[in-house]
Design a protein around this ligand. Sequence first.
Ligand code: HSE
Length: 372
Amino acid sequence: MKKVGIIGWRGMVGSVLMERMRQEGDFQGYEPSFFSTSQAGQAGPEVNGTVYELLDARNVALLSEMDIIVSCQGGGYTAEVHPQLLAKNWAGYWIDAASKLRLDEDSIIVLDPVNRNVIDQGLAKGIKKYIGGNCTVSLMMMGLGGLFAKGWVEWITSQTYQAASGAGAKNMRELVEQMRLVGENAQDYLDDPATTILNLDRNVIDTLRNPAFPTANFGAPLAGSLIPWIDSPMDNGQTREEWKGVTETNKILGLAPGTIPIDGCCVRIGSMRCHSQAFTVKLKKDIPLSEIEQAIGEHNQWVQLVANTKEETLKELTPARVTGTLDIPVGRLRKMNIGPEYLSAFSVGDQLLWGAAEPVRRMLKIALEYIG
Ligand code: HSE
């Protein structure tokens, strides 16, 4: 029986992965092992009635017995352990949610509803590194996959509205702490219907600007505000998150770097775990909106066309609606008044599901099928 090692299963992405694997009945047909960097020897998760003892995630000899390793442990762990496995001539498959190996020439970014052909070619060529994509990129491609598949896209700009979860679990807590403080400080003003709106507003901004306001993780208030900067600076003025858009999209599609230009401004907003994006798509030609809708809607079973009405948008196209589901609603579809080749669209997706755990979960199944 094939052996699969799972590392980082208790973290945020790892927990979502475990939840999805349980939901889908994935733990069968192979022997799972659970590794830990800090709790080796202790009781690990219970799967199908068995409680697995945790193995040492730094024991390279043990790891090298695995046919497939799935890591949600983060890039630092990958950087430390993956080279040690290769030094032992380990020939197994490394499936990773972290970005560390994503742009290696001999790695594939996995998003099988979009690039199953690239994954299959990679397996056939003997590629062993299969890495989940950046969440914003994966969610864009799940939503607009139909346009890419038709070869209609000349370029895209994407203005993002990214959730706290993309920055980590501590950031999600910090966002809610910030919300609590804003609400608590404003309580008397809110409860008094005679309070003028300017007094309420002044109270909120005083809270946000108070040096004691909790911003250790975000570095700035997010509740009642936003942060137009995600990740580290690049030399060209982009943030790394913005740079990933063009770099990863083309790699996912198996295209040469920069073939389809993509750029935009990535912004952190006070949503918990759904990233949203507003797209301007320059099409290669004037394509009727009905054909565009058909191409988008038919591309995969998770994309969901939302009528461009206020009622449907408020009902279907918000993080509050989408969180915790695999749905990728795409709405606000319309031709722009700039010209008939310019399409405007908006999409929402759960950053921890299609943005992180789901492509990794599905890749494990694909790899297991491939090695038989
Ligand atoms: N970098 C993303 C973010 C999440 O900060 O929202 C990971 O892909």
